[in-house]
Design a protein around this ligand. Sequence first.
Ligand code: SAM
Length: 292
Amino acid sequence: MKDKASPSAATALLGASEIRRLAEELGIRPTKTLGQNFVIDGNTIRRIVAAAAVDPAETVLEVGPGLGSLTLGLLDAAQRVVAVEIDPVLAARLPQTIAQWRPERAAFCDVLQGDAMRVTELPAEPTALVANLPYNVAVPVVLHLLAHFPSLRHGLVMVQDEVADRLAAPPGSKVYGVPSVKAQWYGKMRKAGVIGMNVFWPAPKIASGLVAFERHEQPKTPASREEVFAVIDAAFSQRRKTLRAALAGWAGSGALAGEALARAGVDPSARGEVLDIHAFARIAEAKQLPQA
Ligand code: SAM
């Protein structure tokens, strides 16, 4: 919040007064529907950029650059930033902000107006995803981008703190659920910190959490991602039921579910919350196997 440096200083970041001025100039009121909570604190931006461990040769994909708080920090750390913003007013203003605050880096920033949940093509191959995500769509955005951009090797996202816990939860934990398992398909997720509410404008009512991830090889299985994800959805749609009962609809009957689970080496009386992604992959495979 104390970033009083002039726009020409190479590391100057947007503070509270710059954010308010920009919003006023654009006549915008941040909307909840688009999760518009803008970071007004340079130290938080520095913390996010440091935690993201971006290499200077990397192309970073940023989702929801908003008024550009994080974009400026990323431009200092990476070779190139590709930013996807759904709000046409914010997307249209961002190149001007970059030109004002980082004129020497302006040629290395692409701003695309669009929905990050639908984007399938980018002007450069991103190797890192770094974003202060719109909270209501954070998980689908992360899963969509990991599925469509295999070049994404690692990343760091800021999400609601409870979503951060869920994404990084290990099997057996209380908050382990669909996002935790699906994220494991792509990589290892790790909680990388908690961020308070007063570094945003407007301030959200809940704390935010940082999640760092490293992509790993996807599970080796003849089942497709869609098939494995269908088992995960079925297992958690009735969280309290045993897997045999929860997967009855998916398998065709409780008996068929029991057989598939036995073939997968999974206890039919267990619950989905104790299984990792590899166990879900084995169950998906077992449905395809000819019955003995
Ligand atoms: N990065 C900025 C910052 O840290 O100050 C803004 C972060 S704000 C939490 C989320 C941003 O995502 C907003 O600018 C919002 O307009 C944008 N947004 C919301 N839904 C989106 C979507 N589906 N695709 C791309 N951008 C989206």
